[in-house]
Design a protein around this ligand. Sequence first.
Ligand code: AHG
Ligand code: MN
Ligand code: MN
Length: 314
Amino acid sequence: MTSVAGKTKFQIDLRQHLRDQNISGNLVHLICEIAEASKYVINAVRTGDLGVAGTSNLYGEEQLALDVLSDRIMRKRLQHSGVVCNIASEEMEQIFQVSSSPQGMFSVAYDPLDGSSLVDVNLAVGTIVGIYQGADLLQPGRKMVGAMYILYGPRVSLVYSVGKGVYEFTMNQLMEYTLTRENIRMEPSGNIYSPGGLRKKYSPENESFIKYLEDKGSKLRYSGGFVPDINQILIKGKGIFMYPALNDSPNGKLRLLFELNPMAFLLEQAGGLATNGEIPILDIVPEGVEDRCPVYIGCREDVEKAGEFLKGAC
Ligand code: AHG
Ligand code: MN
Ligand code: MN
């Protein structure tokens, strides 16, 4: 049991852990505010209306009432945090400016409720957040100063990194987030795979890569929720998630700012890798907040192998 200043690991709360990361007080405050907001999102998920909102999001996709409610919870919390200048959300049409002075402030890109359509079949869903210093949200993901997700599953867990390793906190009976895993690390190669999208729309190269994974004994694990699917790979330290280019959507489905950059930041911090099949996700320069791209994310060797298959080198 790791102890810090006499405390057992399970008694270290999020704010204290953040303060020990030697980051700015404003960033500590921001991450704690997002953690607080997650408690209201949990309540919305557990009790909220499961119907449609009658509106559509940035991508023209029909929004559920839970998407809109979760987005409002996140946006209000960020807006009043005092440390945020710009906000981008998967559920908002455009960037929301909170303050025009970026000094000491952060910009935040988030998916307030990823996998929202899974709530009505009682599967796990999550909130995904990427944090940038200053006002610019269209920087490559590698410029982020932090990333996190909250997973609303049988237990509620929060995973974050501010560039100094990856840490998991779990919500206790008092709804406090206490440290449950530290310095999470990925194995070089894994034994599970999560293939997104319709297989009949895969390229021959992607099909060959799937066959390679199956032949090496990888088991299929796919819930349809990006956060639980990634969390399983990260916490087990093994596996690869892919949502490739499909024959009718060359950029795949997942969104660069709201889903891929934060998860790529976390996986790289844990010694894994995330690419679009060619270059690291974190090196992609966004053209707009609506950018999507194909993704291969997880164990470094598995992701690199995907790239070889895509080049026809295997
Ligand atoms: P969102 O609910 O924010 O639109 O995201 C859903 C995403 C992601 O959670 C998951 O990996 C992917 O959609 C699943 O897509 P398919 O149903 O096409 O596999
Ligand atoms: Mn999403
Ligand atoms: Mn979403």
